[in-house]
Design a protein around this ligand. Sequence first.
Ligand SMILES: [Zn+2]
Length: 195
Amino acid sequence: MAWMRRIVSVFMVPTVLLSLASCAKDSSPTSSSTDAKQLIKDLNAFKNGDRTIRFKDMPIKVYVDGPSSWKDDVKKWEEWSGGAIRFEFVNSDPEVGIRLKNGIQQPLVCGVTYEPKWDNGEIRKADIEMDLTSYTPLCKQTVAHETGHALGILGHTKNGGLMDGDGGDGKMRDEVKEMMRILYSNPPNTSVDKL
Ligand SMILES: [Zn+2]
């Protein structure tokens, strides 16, 4: 099973409408943690009997076989998770970690992340494939989006932000940042009721 991010001009108009619609919802600070826990349930733990799925050990090893700018895009998750996620870049494909490489054939797809391999709530390996031929400015945030999948976002949001299926407005929503901070501040395989 693969997730694909397709970014073509036809998405631009609905993307703007979505981002405007989400402004009102974001104005309530108390809903952030509740929304984040719901996202963990809906986009992560649903795959594991309502228990969390994440990389166990920090830093997470990442092998980037592509432009070095991709490393900066991966590292955005360190800040977005409030420091709960950390990465170490390595020079070969790690046994446990993330591999980010160039090479998919489908047109108009910026990147694909295959469902991470996991067991007992622990992600062992995630593979991301990017298409450099469609690596246009419109695909600019794709590495960050696909890295989100590799880290355990096993679906898409519908909040107009970067983790929407079409990449939304390209910005990471606070509720998703909080989702990942909570996910990576608790051990793998934690019941969602205990978050
Ligand atoms: Zn996606």
